[in-house]
Write a protein that binds this ligand. Sequence first.
Ligand SMILES: Cc1cc2nc3c(=O)[nH]c(=O)nc-3n(C[C@H](O)[C@H](O)[C@H](O)COP(=O)(O)OP(=O)(O)OC[C@H]3O[C@@H](n4cnc5c(N)ncnc54)[C@H](O)[C@@H]3O)c2cc1C
Length: 431
Amino acid sequence: MASSKPSIAIVGGGISGVVLTIALIRRGIDVQLYEQAHAFGEIGAGVAFGPNSVRAMGACSPDITEAFNKVATHNQSPDKKYVWFDFQDGFDKNAPVGKEKLLFSLTNDYGANAVHRAHFLDELIKLVPDGITHFNKHLDTLEQPDGDGKVKLKFHDGTEAEADAVIGCDGIKSRTRAWMLGEDHPGAAPVYSFKYAYRGLIPMQRAVDALGEDNAGNSKMHLGQDGHVLTFPVDGGNTMNVVAFHTTREQWPDVKHLTMPSKKEHVYEDFKDFGPTVQKIIDMLEPNLDCWAIFDTAEHPMPAYNKGRVCCLGDAAHATTPHHGAGAGICIEDAAVMAELLADPAVAAAGHKGFRAAFQAFSDCRKERTQWLVQSSRKDGDVYEWRAEGVGRDVDKIYAECKASNDEIWNGQIDEMIADGRQSLVTLLHA
Ligand SMILES: Cc1cc2nc3c(=O)[nH]c(=O)nc-3n(C[C@H](O)[C@H](O)[C@H](O)COP(=O)(O)OP(=O)(O)OC[C@H]3O[C@@H](n4cnc5c(N)ncnc54)[C@H](O)[C@@H]3O)c2cc1C
């Protein structure tokens, strides 16, 4: 192995890649970040973070917690401070606008804790020094020598880069995952969950005028048959974020494109059986809007996240449907565990064997929780839409299911996850 400091290449500058880069820089690790786009950018609007994610941010770097706190938005009513979501009956046609029946609320230490994606990313990238990020670098493939040579990254523009180890943070359509599993492996590509979502951002004053202060300014989940609509405040309470999910029997027409232009007429059609509050929310959406296909890796989970000195992390390893609002949070847990493993002096001391052991330890300790999340999120997506077997429209059962799964997520303790990883690393390094 070369005598210079070992180098890590990260592929993909979404939340996973950027947070991991910051965490590695903080630990003095030599890292380069390769992003296919010409600049950093997040598509979509709001993203919420539970207590487990906030703890993981702090473990990555206190600077990340600070960046998050600058842009985090909470429920607007003081008495809803700890409410993650109010779950309401969105299907009751007789309930006037803003007067849906409250079925139950789920609470945690932070309540609704959401950011506008672009605003959070803007704060994060301030923490990445110049010279680390390389834009317009779409990874095509990798070459990993059998021996101790560097791993080669080959980009679409014909250029190449080298590193001692590579971490693919390249999202749901990960090239790194496809390279690791083989292009023809069923897990190489994500799978349609037969749900799609419309998303919108409504100026808060308009939402308050239409729905009332409680429904506009606090996080709400409007449940119904074969669909659910969630709204929560972002942007310091100036904007109401809307995501309207619908279940379909039809295949998504083009797996290469996970979003498709749509029209408000389609939203009315999909939610025609919902009550007046949901109809009012749809009224406020733009006439032309995007429809997002919800894909995940539930059907063909990766058998391992590592292959030698190459590893997948975040959505690249375990893309989940968004029904727990926990996908990005679990990516941050991944980043904290990975950063701590790579910072272990025994890893650098062991050369390439150290990277192989760190990636194996990462895979061993992250697989169970992350793959459980993917399955549980699919299930709860159906629970919200009264489609889950044995649960149906029974509110007590819906509550029990949602409470148990969310507690499992929110109670996740990053210190314990890191300790598990370290234990596994020690065993592997001494094997
Ligand atoms: C509708 C919806 C709502 C959601 N809501 C929440 C929520 O409330 N809370 C939550 O925690 N999670 C939520 N999630 C999940 C969350 O958005 C994802 O888990 C998270 O953004 C994944 O981050 P990532 O960095 O792993 O992947 P991505 O965000 O997909 O980033 C991947 C990056 O890699 C780059 N890239 C891709 N391929 C290549 C390549 N070949 N070469 C170089 N670069 C490449 C991309 O350009 C991109 O910048 C939601 C998801 C959806 C779809």
